[in-house]
Design a protein around this ligand. Structure first.
Ligand code: ATP
Length: 325
């Protein structure tokens, strides 16, 4: 990626044919640089038709994130958020974690067209293509002790499923502890990081990655079955979706601050794709255990019936997989 990548993509977003020399003239760079950047975009998975006469056309419709449009969709909730839209960054969570402590107020949101080093749990990579996802982080300040936040990733999942179902995506569900599924395939993930501000409050960075479209080049890099909202038929604009997720999330975070995870528990269990199902858990020490999911505890710990006993598991180092019966 270079400084021409995003200006070039924006230029091509009209969907018309352009020649490298025309683009170069308009953007004030040599045609050879345009051509090199186009090559690079193609290698990143962007669908760009290139003809021998040096003309090119962007085949993908990119709905650019737009701060004004987001504010419009936030309506009277806009003042509750300070939204920063950036073309690219390594990780929106890392950006806000670096700033947590300096900027204390709840509601700072950072959203990127492209994350170049998106992270999941345990530093695993979160992949996305330009304009194909919502990759965002929200800073929120909670009163009290960090221990009360163990169920927060699950509560955020409930909020996302509520939003998506309200938008007509019926087959969306959750996988403990932090995955959003669509027809049993991974549609999105939640990554929560905390930093204590003082004895009375905790700053939390809530990261969300959600696939709107999956290009083949991104899908090939993901080592499990993934899903996207476009294939599910969702047609709502990217800015509107972003705004709706934020508004619902804010309401959920306010509920969580008042009542904790207990008020989300029953709904979470109803949304869990593996409730009452046999699953395999990969444990931190490399071993595995199998059992039937009976639900989650009031703090978000997974309850697994193994033999005749129910065991509790905290999210730390675990990966849950279904057992095909
Ligand atoms: P698991 O998905 O195994 O339960 P996890 O919930 O801890 O583990 P995360 O760390 O939250 O997973 O997310 C990282 C993982 O998600 C990657 O290792 C990869 O398998 C998958 N992944 C990465 N990018 C995407 C994406 N765009 N869509 C769906 N899945 C992805």
């Amino acid at each position: 990626m270079n400084t021409l990548t995003f200006p070039l993509l924006r230029f091509l977003s009209d969907g018309c044919d352009h020649t490298c020399s025309d683009i170069g003239d308009s953007l004030g760079v040599p045609a050879t640089r345009v051509s090199e950047t186009l090559d690079e975009l193609v290698s990143m998975g962007m669908k760009i038709d290139r003809e021998t006469d040096d003309s090119c056309r962007l085949q993908t419709d990119i709905q650019w994130l737009d701060a004004d449009e987001i504010a419009h969709h936030l309506g009277n909730k806009a003042s509750a958020f300070q939204v920063e839209v950036v073309d690219h960054t390594a990780s929106t969570n890392s950006d806000l974690m670096a700033r947590a402590g300096q900027q204390g107020a709840s509601g700072l949101v950072r959203v990127a067209e492209l994350q170049t080093a998106g992270r999941g749990r345990r530093q695993r990579t979160w992949y996305s293509g330009i304009g194909d996802a919502l990759t965002l982080s929200l800073l929120w300040v909670f009163g009290g002790d960090v221990a009360a936040l163990s169920g927060l990733p699950l509560a955020v999942g409930v909020s996302l499923v509520r939003s998506l179902r309200a938008l007509g995506v019926a087959e969306v569900s959750l996988k403990w502890p932090n995955d959003i599924l669509l027809q049993q395939r991974k549609l999105g993930g939640v990554l929560i990081e905390t930093t204590s501000r003082n004895a009375e409050s905790v700053q939390v960075v809530i990261g969300i990655g959600l696939n709107l479209r999956l290009s083949r080049s991104v899908a090939q890099r993901i080592d499990q079955e993934a899903a996207d909202l476009d294939t599910a038929g969702m047609r709502i604009g990217r800015n509107e979706l972003f705004a709706r997720l934020l508004v619902d999330l804010r309401a959920a975070l306010e509920d969580y601050a008042r009542e904790g995870f207990a008020s989300f528990k029953d709904e979470w269990e109803r949304m869990h794709a593996y409730q009452d199902k046999m699953v395999r858990l990969a444990l931190a020490d490399g071993t595995q255990t199998e059992g039937r999911v009976t639900g989650v505890d009031n703090d978000g710990a997974l309850l697994l019936c193994v033999g005749a006993r129910t065991h509790r598991f905290n999210s730390g180092e675990l990966s849950l997989r279904p057992i095909q019966m």
